[in-house]
Write a protein that binds this ligand. Structure first.
Ligand SMILES: Cc1ncc(COP(=O)(O)O)c(C=O)c1O
Length: 463
């Protein structure tokens, strides 16, 4: 018999996530290890740790897409190395982005959709910055021509998502945010007119207000600004924040007039990764015409011997999300988008109806005419033994993530609970969620909360 010497494997060579060096080492997880580790073990450890994150299907707080089909996974995988800014190396990705801009311009009734201008962004926040900058530049150009001061620009919004506060602070613009009032939770034409002056760079209505999911009335605001122009000569442009609504209204609320059909609407942003049904990391902005985007905001990069204009806050960015957006447009068509958004909207309305039947809540948003979902408050004067923060906390025990938060000024005293319905959520899931909610309420009946949570203890994600 041949002689074999036995080499005992060293512990750090044994590729097992739970007994290998990587899981036994007692080092800091905040420092890069000195030595390399077995790749599969490392991946297993990381994926296991990520189980501590919430379950996306039960996350009824986020607007962002969490349901993506196998084709999108494959497209994302195959596009991992595509840098969308490198138009020379990836001209077809650039062409696909261009096609998406054209499709959105057409969807939103741009007068010359084939020759207008727009771009992808990382999301609605970056798109809002670009839209706001274009408004500021246009306003400044006009004021300079008139020999008037340009040091006090302001922008008028309803109760907006934080991105507009960022825009205002980062780019030195005063934000005149119309506060909510009891009985009026949205921008109204009258409130806009109270704030408008010669330094107003634009008005931003939101199609799908983050807090309440309702659409602001773009047409009414536009009509009021038309009259203002007739009376005073002030010509104030509108940018629509259609983060959610830009992908909803064209399919399921076709009677709402909000887009480039209104000549005063100069630009629109939306999130591809919300109701555009694309993976996280893509937004869009489109201008009504080329002239609405000031030329000196645009940088030209050489592209296949020609010039490619770009307008962005970032430089390198992944191309996969844009390609997935294009896939969605081709795969779903108007028919598919309509079916999906309508189903989500129906589930939201069903949830609102069932919540109303419980008897403890007043419905603030019944799921109709805005973003798919529902929102409610506790009825005044009832003491069910819990508050909405307690209810959100207890729903977490079954994995449901349901946002509760106080409204912004001047309605901070109103605490609301909100669910968002996205693609990938069924009627059955809605029923199961409602049964869990009722069980939680029964629990609180038997065990009223002695010391309730408040917004600080129980902050839930609401953007
Ligand atoms: C109305 C509105 N605008 C802008 C944003 C920011 O969008 P994003 O997360 O795509 O940057 C959101 C996010 O929820 C939103 O609801």
């Amino acid at each position: 018999m041949a002689l074999h010497s036995v080499n005992k494997p060293k512990k750090d060579q044994f590729p097992d996530a739970y007994s290998g060096r990587i899981s036994l080492q007692d080092g800091s997880v905040y420092k890069i290890p000195e030595v390399s580790n077995d790749p599969k073990s490392v991946k297993d450890l990381i994926l296991d740790e990520l189980l501590l994150d919430g379950n996306a299907k039960q996350n009824l707080s986020t607007f962002c897409q969490t349901s993506l089909d196998d084709q999108i996974h494959e497209i994302m995988d195959k596009s991992l190395d595509k840098n969308m800014i490198d138009k020379d190396e990836y001209p077809q990705t650039a062409e696909i982005e261009n096609r998406c801009v054209n499709m959105l311009a057409d969807l939103w009734h741009a007068p010359e959709s084939e020759s207008t201008i727009g771009c992808s962004t990382t999301g609605s926040s970056e798109a809002a910055m670009l839209g706001g900058l274009a408004l500021k530049w246009k306003w400044r150009e006009k004021r300079q021509k008139e020999g008037k001061p340009t040091d006090k620009p302001n922008i008028i919004t309803g109760p907006v998502q934080i991105c507009w506060h960022k825009f205002a602070r980062y780019f030195d613009v005063e934000i005149r945010e119309i506060p909510m009032e009891h009985g009026r939770l949205l921008m109204s034409p009258e409130e806009v007119l109270k704030r408008v002056d010669e330094n107003t760079i634009g008005v931003v209505p939101t199609l799908g207000v983050t807090f309440t999911l309702q659409y602001e009335n773009v047409k009414a605001v536009s009509d009021a600004l038309d009259k203002l122009q007739k009376d005073t000569g002030l010509d104030i442009p509108i940018h629509v924040d259609g983060a959610s609504g830009g992908f909803l209204a064209p399919f399921i609320h076709q009677d709402v007039v909000w887009d480039f059909k209104l000549p005063r609407v100069k630009s629109i942003n939306t999130s591809g990764h919300k109701f555009g049904l694309s993976p996280l990391g893509v937004g869009w902005i489109v201008w009504r015409t080329k002239e609405d985007l000031p030329e000196d905001l645009v940088f030209n990069v050489n592209y296949l011997g020609g010039n490619m204009p770009t307008f962005a806050l970032n430089f390198s960015r992944p191309g996969g999300q844009i390609i997935s957006q294009y896939y969605n447009f081709l795969r779903l068509g108007r028919e598919g988008y309509t079916a999906i958004q309508q189903a989500c909207s129906d589930h939201g309305q069903y949830i609102a109806q069932e919540i109303a039947k419980i008897g403890l809540f007043d419905i603030l948003y019944d799921g109709k005419g805005g973003v798919p979902g529902a929102a409610w408050v506790l009825k005044e004067g009832v003491n069910p033994g819990f508050n909405l923060f307690d209810l959100s906390d207890r729903m977490r025990m079954r994995g449901w993530n349901i946002a509760s938060y106080s409204l912004p000024s001047n309605c901070e005293d109103m605490v609301i609970q909100r669910v968002l319905v996205r693609h990938g959520f069924s009627h059955d899931m809605a029923t199961l969620m409602l049964e869990d909610l009722k069980r939680c309420i029964e629990f609180f009946k038997k065990h009223p909360v002695a010391s309730s949570s408040d917004a600080d203890d129980s902050a839930t994600f609401q953007h």
